[in-house]
Each structure stands twice: as structure tokens, then as C-alpha cells.
Design a protein around this ligand. Structure first.
Ligand code: ADP
Length: 215
């Protein structure tokens, strides 16, 4: 089963993707994570994307489609969760072709609906464990006082993303509404769009996604 998690920055796509990886043996393809890895590795591509990401703008279709193409050649285990991809209509068309080329289908596109106020709150309060990527939130799930991650049980460095600040976030939201939200109509017209309320507790959102996938 191959699915897309679609929603604005901070909707909780990454958190839910991690649940699906643990419970359904799926693999998560997050273009955001891939681009951050490229950025940290200091490659030529990494240096090109670093500036674009920090500003909250979209990296070129050519680069992200290339990253996904490469990953789709590997083991897909119980299926692929596309997290943060596609983000433009050109990427959506490219994904259809890539899946077709490897004999795969797209089974569902899950829209995670969250209101804009909640997004700003979530993103400006978020940090992640440097070891395992577990997501923390200053209000709802603060970093433990002893500095030991509750997920991997390691003493960890907790990181905030360079683009999780008010200015970049404004730009990321603008990019979402201008370039990514048309994908809702695109997948609706294809009969593949399913929407869940992304505002509730993590466990409730997880249950809503499970209902969609098991329907
Ligand atoms: P979020 O969903 O919280 O904005 P991501 O980790 O998915 O975060 O993406 C971070 C940044 O990486 C984006 O703001 C953009 O610059 C870049 N990026 C990620 N995925 C794509 C994509 N599919 N197309 C273009 N740029 C992307």
C-alpha cells in the first residue's frame, strides 16, 4: 500500500508517518528529511538547497523528483508513505509516472486538516531528539528535565529546525496555499482524497488514519 500524507507544515505528517512505519512495516520517504541530510552533508546540492529551505521556499521540482526516483528503486517493504511530497502539481504528475514505471499504485491520499492558528503554535514550540527524531512540544510534550529521550532512552541533543521561526513559517504557509493546496482538488478529482481531522490528540489522528487505510 502506497500513500501520501498531505497537509500544511506542522499538520503532523511526520509524527503519523512514524507510527505507520512502526506498525505497518512501511517506509517513510520524507523529502524534507532527505533535503536536510543533503544540506548537512555539505554536498553541492546541499549547499544549493540550504538557503532555499531556510527562507521557507520550495526546492526545485527537478531536485526533489530526483531524490524520490532514487529511493523508489530500493526496497519498498510494506509500502511507501510519501511525507512532504508531492508539493506541486508537477511533482504529483511525476509521482504518477514513477509509480507506474515500477509497477506500483497510489492507494490513498490522506489530507490532515489543521487550522492555521494551531500550526503556528505547534511549529514554534517544536523540537526533535537528535538521535531518533522523536518530536517534542514545549506545551504538550516538553523535553524531559534529565535530557533523556523518552523514545530512544539516550541522553540526547534536542534540536529546533532552522526554518521553524515566524518568518520562514509565514513563507512556508504561503507556499503551501499557493502551490500545494491545489493538490487537494487534483486528488479529489482522481477519487483518491481522504480527509482526517489533524487537530485532535495524536492517538485520535492515528486511529482516524487507520480507519481510512483499513476501509
Ligand atoms: P514542513 O512540512 O514542516 O514544512 P518539511 O520537512 O517537509 O517540512 O520540508 C522542509 C522544507 O524542505 C520545505 O520548506 C522546502 O523548502 C523543502 N521541501 C521539502 N519537500 C519538498 C518538496 N516536495 N518540494 C520542494 N521543496 C521541498
Amino acid at each position: 500500500m502506497n500513500i501520501i500524507l498531505l497537509g500544511p507544515p506542522g499538520a503532523g505528517k511526520g509524527t503519523q508517518a512514524r507510527f505507520l512505519v512502526d506498525e505497518r512495516n512501511m517506509i517513510q520517504l520524507s523529502t524534507g528529511d532527505m533535503l536536510r541530510e543533503a544540506k548537512d552533508s555539505g554536498t553541492e546540492m546541499g549547499n544549493i538547497v540550504a538557503d532555499v529551505m531556510a527562507k521557507g521556499e520550495l526546492v526545485t521540482d527537478e531536485i526533489v523528483i530526483g531524490l524520490i526516483r532514487e529511493k523508489l528503486q530500493g526496497d519498498k517493504q510494506g509500502g511507501v508513505i510519501f511525507d512532504g511530497f508531492p508539493r506541486t502539481l508537477a511533482q504529483a504528475d511525476a509521482l504518477a509516472t514513477l509509480l507506474d514505471d515500477c509497477g506500483e499504485t497510489l492507494d490513498a491520499v490522506i489530507e490532515m486538516q489543521v487550522d492555521d492558528e494551531a500550526l503556528v503554535d505547534r511549529i514554534t514550540a517544536r523540537s526533535t531528539c537528535g538521535n531518533c527524531g522523536e518530536v517534542y512540544n514545549d506545551h504538550t510534550k516538553p523535553i524531559p528535565d534529565d535530557g533523556v529521550c523518552t523514545n530512544c532512552c539516550e541522553k540526547a541533543e534536542f534540536k529546533r529546525r532552522a526554518d521553524d521561526n515566524a518568518d520562514s513559517l509565514k513563507q512556508r504557509l504561503m507556499e503551501y496555499y499557493k502551490k500545494t493546496s491545489p493538490l487537494l482538488g487534483y486528488y479529489y478529482a482522481k477519487g483518491q482524497l481522504r480527509s482526517v481531522d489533524g487537530l485532535g490528540e495524536m492517538a485520535d489522528v492515528k486511529a482516524a488514519i487507520a480507519r481510512v487505510l483499513d476501509a
